[in-house]
Design a protein around this ligand. Structure first.
Ligand code: GDP
Ligand code: MG
Length: 446
């Protein structure tokens, strides 16, 4: 997917004139890619309509080069922003408060990952000092209680359920009452599902909700259900007041475009994603990295993991600190180049590094790319500390550029090319500004 969207945008930037035909071709390509990522057709269509409105073609036709370039960025930014907008229902979900009893009910089809996610959700809060508890109100699936019991025991979380009682409403109410008396502040009700969306299931959900009066109902969705996401989410929303979404199995092949459908259908935000079968494979949902991943613009969180692997631990806080402050200096670029050369098998790793992939490191031309990086580093070796530590490209006057070229035995145009590369990367990396820096070990502990 990422490939085809970047390709579409790339194609457009190669076109000398961006007219309606070029824009349409680009948007068609993006449409195809988003559909492949399971984004609902209607959402994609609305988005492209909006983008056409935003992009003023008359302006484009009249524009000179500079304006055209601004417009290209504008289009990719517009796609990005439109997708972010779809994922933002405009209001946050109900957030339970520590120390104050809240009831959270999980709904979703069988196999979507409810029981697993209930435990992950409980465990996540328990680690933050909450007193969670689990109630198994699934009397439909044989072994449902055993599964919850096993998960809960492993995580040392109190649980409630029954092997004999067949009324899910009664179990749910008894469980919630029991844990309210025990001063639990997060009472999680796991419910049953069915393979299909059927009336009996929705009626059961309605009754459990009516009896337990949950503060929050979370709809759990398997990311691999594809285009079915919208209808499924809507069906649940129509019987219970869904207030948040959790998308599971994001570790699989699915790009997760169904999440957009679920938000649109429930008018509720995605709050977490499941990224594996284990208890701690659970992440707070963040719109921008999710959309980046959907678009293949580079996965920031994956990228952060790579930084952890590649950059020696003791250097990280400083580098990350600098990046989060928005200071992408030539020295940082130099250090990154050093790391890249150290990294070994060039290739897929680069699809993770925003900006480093397509242009600097085209696939199949890794040798040339390495030579180029080494050339750049030679030129940077002829720079002064002042030049290396500045994040202001204006410092690079003609006389400095000539001096660097002479000092490194390279051509002036090569130094200029490197400075262009630096500016391009600096622009991309400026997105790191304001990034939350994970503390040492935080990432690997998860
Ligand atoms: P339920 O029927 O909705 O309660 O679903 P379960 O919690 O029983 O999960 C169904 C299957 O999906 C189980 O095998 C889980 O281990 C698996 N599962 C749940 N969440 C994830 C996830 O985020 N990633 C992966 N890979 N598997 C998951
Ligand atoms: Mg279950």
């Amino acid at each position: 997917l990422g490939g085809s969207i970047s390709r579409a945008l790339q194609q457009m930037s190669n076109a000398t004139i961006i007219d309606e035909k070029v824009l349409n071709e680009c948007l068609n390509e993006i449409t195809r890619a988003l559909l492949q990522a399971d984004v609902q057709f209607k959402l994609v269509r609305d988005m492209t309509t909006n983008i056409k409105k935003i992009v003023n073609l008359d302006d484009l036709a009249a524009g000179h080069n500079k304006r055209r370039i601004i417009q290209q960025d504008f289009i990719s930014l517009a796609v990005f922003n439109e997708l972010c907008k779809i994922l933002d229902p405009g209001k946050p979900s109900f957030t339970p408060k520590k120390g104050k009893p809240s009831v959270v009910m999980f709904v979703g089809l069988q196999g979507s990952g409810k029981t697993t996610t209930c435990t992950k959700y409980a465990y996540y809060h328990q680690k933050k000092g909450w007193k969670p508890a689990l109630v198994c109100a699934d009397t439909f699936r044989a072994g449902a209680f055993d599964q919850l019991k096993q998960n809960a025991t492993k995580a040392k979380i109190p649980f409630y359920g029954s092997y004999t009682e067949s009324d899910p409403v009664k179990i749910a109410v008894d469980g919630v009452d029991t844990f309210k008396k025990e001063n639990c502040d997060l009472i999680i009700v796991d419910t049953s599902g069915r393979h299909k969306q059927e009336a009996a299931l929705f009626e059961e959900m309605r009754q459990v909700a009516e009896a337990t009066k949950p503060d929050l109902v979370i709809f759990v969705m398997d990311s691999s259900i594809g285009q079915a996401a919208f209808d499924q989410a809507q069906a649940f929303k129509q019987s219970v007041a869904v207030g948040a979404v959790i998308v599971t199995k994001m570790d699989g092949h699915a790009k997760g475009g169904g999440a957009l459908s679920a938000v649109a259908a429930t008018k509720s935000p995605v709050i977490f994603i499941g990224t594996g079968e284990h208890m701690d494979e659970f992440e707070v949902f963040d719109v921008k990295p999710f959309v980046s991943r959907l678009l293949g613009m580079g996965d920031w969180s994956g990228f952060m993991d790579k930084i952890h692997e590649v950059v020696p631990m003791d250097q990280q806080p400083e580098l990350l600190q600098k990046l989060s402050e928005g200071h992408f200096t030539l020295r940082i670029m130099y250090e990154q180049f050093q790391n890249i050369l150290k990294m070994g098998p060039i290739g897929q790793v680069f699809s993770m590094l925003p900006g480093f992939s397509a242009e600097l490191m085209p696939k199949g031309r890794e040798k040339e790319s390495q030579a180029k990086i080494k050339r750049y580093m030679t030129m940077m070796d002829s720079m002064t500390n002042e030049e290396l530590d500045s994040s202001n490209p204006k410092l690079m006057t003609d006389s400095r550029i000539m001096r660097i070229a002479r000092g490194s035995g390279r051509q002036v145009h090569e130094v200029m090319e490197m400075m262009e590369e630096y500016k391009r990367l600096a622009k991309i990396w400026s997105k790191m500004k304001g990034l939350k820096i994970p503390k040492k070990g935080e990432m690997s502990a998860l």
